[in-house]
Ligand binder design. Sequence first.
Ligand code: DX5
Ligand code: ZN
Length: 216
Amino acid sequence: MSLLLAPSMLSANFGELDKSVELVNEGAADWFHLDIMDGLFVPNISYGFPVVKAIAKRARKPLDAHLMIVDPDRYIDTFAACGVEYLSVHYEACNHLHRTIYHIKDKGMKAGVAINPHTPVDNLKEVLSDADFFLIMSVNPGFGGQSFIPNAVSKVKRLRQMLQECGSGALIEVDGGVGVQNAAQLCAAGADILVAGSAVFGAADPLDAMRRIKGE
Ligand code: DX5
Ligand code: ZN
């Protein structure tokens, strides 16, 4: 499978949101990454359903929502109704992760499990065959534009090995501090999807940045 790129709309220009959406539609990107933050699970608040719906209305590529919120089960149905296709919840935010994964799947979405930099990939062992994708945070979640934590590379390698051993076809997504400088390394380590916010929307030429991150 070739590398997928999911630009994070957190770094979009919210004053001209339609233009940012169009860039992703027209560019080499594959998914829209939507960062939902509640000011509790992470020390920042991002945006909610009015913005998700505005993006969904114009998006011509799948929506990948990353919930950095406590008790995410409360909103699963609403994200499904917004047209989200890929929905990830944090391992650290779920008391009943297995139930949450199947709630997401029951709503017709692909279920993802995200882990913070301090959470070992071994903690995912019992849900390797349940989730459709896993999101390895390579920064502490909450803000765009932070520096990549290099330890994420070995976590990707280890998770790839674990998935192979149990015959799971789940995808691996990496999020935080990703750009042209580390995309090839993450891909070689076993990443399938790269999230990039500032590396895309902060670039002088976002269309060129998307191609370069994908190695095109
Ligand atoms: C961080 C978010 C990321 C963030 C990535 O909490 O989950 O998706 O927007 O932004 P960059 O690519 O700028 O690190
Ligand atoms: Zn994210």
